[in-house]
Design a protein around this ligand. Structure first.
Ligand SMILES: Nc1ncnc2c1ncn2[C@@H]1O[C@H](COP(=O)(O)OP(=O)(O)OP(=O)(O)O)[C@@H](O)[C@H]1O
Length: 265
């Protein structure tokens, strides 16, 4: 494994948030992830890059047990969040997903008001003792997602009535409303125009002051712009993992170099 040390430029802390060791994922007979080790550092944006079908989304979904929802998927190996095994049978996946939130490719607000989209998680997890406390969480979450100014006068209107970029920020607000430790983002800008993409990228940079962010992206420019650490996957293997500047300017593995120079992918 290349450079697993978390002592890189632009990384504010060396605190490990997630430690994955020897992770394999199978979909029936398909071996989608092969013996992957990764350390995800706190307050850092980690980008997963690689050609289509290399396993980026599969590995991302391991980090909050979203693969549990796929019947044929089987995950082996160890994934620890703050030193606790997230695959321990005692762990409730619903609680885990409040701590490890997820934002998907296509903005997917619930068919509810903007307020209720953000209040949903805090309500089911009992995070607010009364309406005033819930109002406060909703406002704080919308502010953290850089949506408050645009949404504050229409909180009772449907989330689905927002623009695509606003909907994606609403989904980010919904994810941060449960006080997560980690935010997983699976190609969060792929359905957005360049302006909305730039807003989300700026937001990702702000979010890393509070959360550990892991983003799957097809855009190497985006990975270079938003991340401090980059993991390059190829055919289910983690080929190279290290400081983003290093991966893009001086990759150690010829497969990484071929991908970033456009020869594979
Ligand atoms: N639900 C599923 N059932 C069966 N096989 C799956 C499933 N999801 C993914 N796979 C297979 O697992 C492998 C990895 O897929 P995955 O979607 O993780 O790759 P990816 O790198 O995220 O691809 P892309 O960039 O195209 O989204 C592929 O061979 C894919 O066909």
């Amino acid at each position: 494994m290349n450079d697993m040390r978390a002592v890189e430029r632009d990384v504010d802390t060396n605190d490990l948030k997630i430690t994955a060791r020897g992770v394999d994922v199978f979909y029936g007979d398909t071996h989608a992830i092969k013996d992957v080790d990764v350390d995800i550092v706190d307050n850092t944006v980690t980008a997963f890059i690689g050609p289509s079908g290399c396993g980026k989304s599969t590995f991302l979904r391991c980090l909050n047990r979203m693969n549990d929802t796929i019947d044929v998927a089987r995950v082996e190996g160890s994934i620890m969040l703050d030193g606790e095994d997230i695959y321990d049978p005692k762990v409730d996946p619903v609680q885990l997903r409040a701590k490890v939130g997820m934002v998907f490719q296509k903005p997917n607000p619930f068919p509810k008001s903007i307020y209720d989209n953000v209040a949903y998680g805090p309500r089911i997890h009992g995070l607010a003792k009364d309406k005033a406390a819930l109002d406060e969480i909703v406002e704080k979450s919308l502010r953290r997602a850089a949506l408050w100014d645009e949404a504050k006068d229409r909180l009772d209107q449907p989330g689905t009535g927002l623009s695509g970029g606003q909907q994606q920020r609403l989904c980010i607000a919904r994810a941060v409303a449960t006080n997560p430790e980690v935010l997983l983002m699976d190609e969060p800008c792929s359905a957005l125009d360049p302006i909305a993409t730039a807003q989300i990228e700026e937001l990702i940079d702000e979010l890393r002051s509070r959360y550990s962010v892991v983003i799957v992206t097809h855009s190497m420019q985006q990975a270079a712009r938003v991340s401090q650490k980059t993991a390059f996957f190829h055919l289910g293997e983690l080929v190279e993992f290290g400081e983003t500047g290093h991966i893009f300017t001086n990759p150690s593995d010829p497969r990484t170099e071929s991908y970033i120079t456009g020869r594979i992918g």
